[in-house]
Design a binder for this molecule. Structure first.
Ligand SMILES: [Fe+2]
Length: 291
């Protein structure tokens, strides 16, 4: 079992519920593992977040995530993410099914696509996958691939079945519109000293969720958020359609960065949205996975 997985079970067993995650998730525990580039990368993909044309009868796929630095909690703003994938028939195209996305000032990225088709690699099909190349400032390019839970082609694929890929095989949740939703956070081996963090002395910073760690969440997880005004905040967990399941936290906050510990709610496994409301107004949301 991978160390991170072992650690998760360890925490779930509530043996160490009181230790802050910064101590538990040392660098080597959170860093996202790499994967092969493959032959289909093309420079100069369009700067778009909807990378797939409409394909009849094929559900849309929505992937969101946050890019973090190697302390496992500091979001990396303005990182460049190149994604490329096969179309529904398992073929790569020159223009479609490729896109460049920049993370926002809280490290978030999102794109819309369809689930990639499988293609033959010699005598077997590679599992459905999305290629990622992430670049932040002068750091080396980070190249990896995302796979999907339950894909029967994973076991025979040397890259997807590698133990190091386990955190890159994500579940997909079907929403009320039959679309597929997934979350993939990326932990770059980038030092926080090189990351442009938000200057909270500025007056134009919106209230927002900064980080949720770890994600998939565990029994006791950490959430940091910023309040830009003295206000009442509430943090709810909702299903993928935005319907509130329960409130995780309610308190008043001052104009500052807040770091709180939350308990995993008693909800069935799946994808959820953690939503921040300030004085009753919904201001930000991040997707989390309950394993
Ligand atoms: Fe590929």
């Amino acid at each position: 079992m991978k160390r991170r997985q072992a650690l998760k079970s360890f925490i779930s067993a509530s043996i160490l519920p009181f230790l802050p995650f910064k101590q538990l998730f040392a660098q080597e525990e959170c860093i996202t593992t790499d994967d092969i580039l493959g032959p289909y990368f093309i420079e100069g993909a369009p700067n778009i977040s909807n990378i797939a044309p409409a394909v009849s009868e094929v559900p849309r796929l929505y992937i969101t995530g946050t890019v973090y630095a190697n302390d496992c909690v500091t979001p990396v703003p303005n990182a460049l993410i190149d994604v490329w994938q096969a179309n529904n028939d398992g073929a790569y195209e020159d223009i479609d099914y490729r896109g460049k996305i920049y993370t926002d000032d809280a490290g978030n990225y999102a794109f819309e696509s369809i689930q990639p088709g499988k293609y033959l690699n010699g005598s077997y099909y590679r599992p459905s996958h999305i290629h990622y190349k992430v670049l932040y400032k002068n750091n080396p390019e980070f190249v990896t691939q995302l796979y999907f839970e339950g894909d029967t082609s994973i076991d025979i694929d040397p890259w997807a079945s590698d133990p190091s890929a386990v955190d890159r095989i994500i579940p997909l949740t079907v929403d009320d519109n039959s679309n597929l939703n997934g979350v993939f956070d990326i932990y770059l081996d980038v030092d926080i000293a090189t990351v442009n963090t938000i200057d909270y002395n500025r007056n134009d910073i919106a209230s927002k969720i900064l980080s949720i760690a770890p994600n998939p969440i565990v029994e006791n997880f950490e959430l940091s958020f910023y309040c830009n005004i003295k206000s009442e905040v509430s943090i709810d967990i909702c299903d993928v359609m935005g319907r509130k399941a329960t409130t995780l936290y309610q308190s008043s906050c001052n104009k500052q960065l807040n770091q709180i510990q939350l308990k995993k709610p008693n909800l069935k496994a799946g994808l959820y949205i953690i939503r921040l409301a300030v004085d009753g107004r919904k201001v930000d949301a991040k997707r989390v996975l309950i394993p």
